[in-house]
Design a protein around this ligand. Structure first.
Ligand SMILES: C[S@@+](CC[C@H](N)C(=O)[O-])C[C@H]1O[C@@H](n2cnc3c(N)ncnc32)[C@H](O)[C@@H]1O
Length: 328
């Protein structure tokens, strides 16, 4: 299809688009062609199938076929449309962040379930608003976990860390987009390192108030204190030795720092679990997403006496995907 070809209708544009992606051996080519056409036309799927005869302007057709060519060459559709849905919310994505995956929604489900059980055990009312809850999301990327939790728990305070300043810029924009920026502290940090630093600064007595007998309340106090009710993380967990087996779309287009946890993949979990143990309140909950083969290496790290109520949740493909535990 060239710019000079005109008078193409929706049905033919879609037909040509999916043929182009099929020839390029793109997985889910029908869905991808639809998505790109909807993006270009600014329409939804219902409109697309209700208006097959509608003419596509030359400019739109040109944009559509340019995007198809980029997708056929390996760029993820989410980079072409700039968005991905997660937990029913639309997130901006760029090549600086991991594209949120459906399996990560299990992290949110497990976190909310565990918090609800904890509330019931404490005899508190069933509706969980997050009142008084301090939550951390380590390796926030697009911000999808922190923001989904902030939407579900409208009174919770959240710390979202990432080593990537570029990812944090996107996460902050997503926080604004979903009107939760006032409750999420986005921090450039290796794991929770800077949470301690920021906490120590917050904990310092305010100037001119040194004699006050009431210490200033801060959500984060110091490195030694258990601080959080919930720590959630989807860390990088792919092994560099597996890189060759990744889909080209993933390997060539998503940030390495978001993908690889080390040569084997599970290397980051040990530090993460040690830091979580130091930053959780007694009874605080840790929820971790796992790589497809991480469980045997990671589960033994959650041992007694520091951890209890260890549980594994499988994803829809039957892969152990979420590991959760409670700090004793
Ligand atoms: C697998 S991605 C997850 C992103 C997002 N939470 C999600 O679920 O879509 C891992 C994220 O952790 C960040 N990261 C990698 N190493 C880190 C570290 N040592 N401390 C904090 N964040 C880290 C990466 O930059 C990336 O954004």
């Amino acid at each position: 299809m060239s710019a000079s070809e005109s008078h193409i209708d929706v049905r033919s544009a879609l037909k040509q688009g999916l043929a182009q992606l099929r020839e390029a051996h793109i997985p889910s080519f029908t869905l991808a062609a639809e998505l790109l056409l909807l993006h270009v036309l600014g329409r939804d799927r219902t409109w697309l199938y209700a208006h097959p005869e509608e003419q596509v302007s030359n400019a739109d057709a040109e944009r559509f076929f340019a995007l198809l060519a980029r997708h056929a060459a390996g760029e993820p559709t989410q980079h072409l449309t700039g968005k991905q849905e997660f937990w029913g919310l639309e997130f901006e994505v760029t090549p600086d962040v991991l594209i949120p995956r459906p399996e990560t929604e299990h992290v949110i489900e497990v976190a909310l379930d565990r918090l609800a059980v904890r509330e019931r055990r404490a005899g508190r009312k069933q509706t969980l608003t997050g009142e008084g809850l301090q939550i951390a999301d380590i390796g926030t990327g697009s911000g999808c976990i922190a923001i989904a939790l902030a939407k579900e728990l409208p009174s919770a305070t959240i710390y979202a860390t990432d080593v990537s300043p570029a990812a944090l810029t996107v996460a902050k924009r997503n926080g604004k987009r979903h009107s939760v920026s006032d409750r999420i502290h986005f921090l450039e940090s290796n794991l929770l390192d800077q949470v301690s630093v920021v906490g120590a600064q917050h904990a310092a007595p305010p100037l001119g108030n040194g004699s006050s007998s009431t210490p200033r309340q801060s959500p984060v106090t110091n490195h030694q204190s258990p601080l959080f009710d919930l720590i959630a993380s989807n860390p990088p967990y792919i092994g560099r030795r597996e890189a060759a087996t990744l889909m080209r779309e993933v390997r060539d287009h998503e940030p390495e720092v978001a993908l690889y946890g080390g040569e084997e993949g599970y290397e980051l979990y040990a530090n993460l679990i040690t830091q979580a143990a130091a930053h959780l309140k007694p009874g605080g909950i840790l929820v971790l997403e796992l790589g497809h083969n991480s469980l045997p290496a990671v589960q033994p790290l959650l041992d007694a006496p520091a951890w209890t109520n260890v549980g594994v949740t499988n994803d829809l493909a039957g892969i152990p995907r979420v590991l959760a535990a409670e700090r004793t």
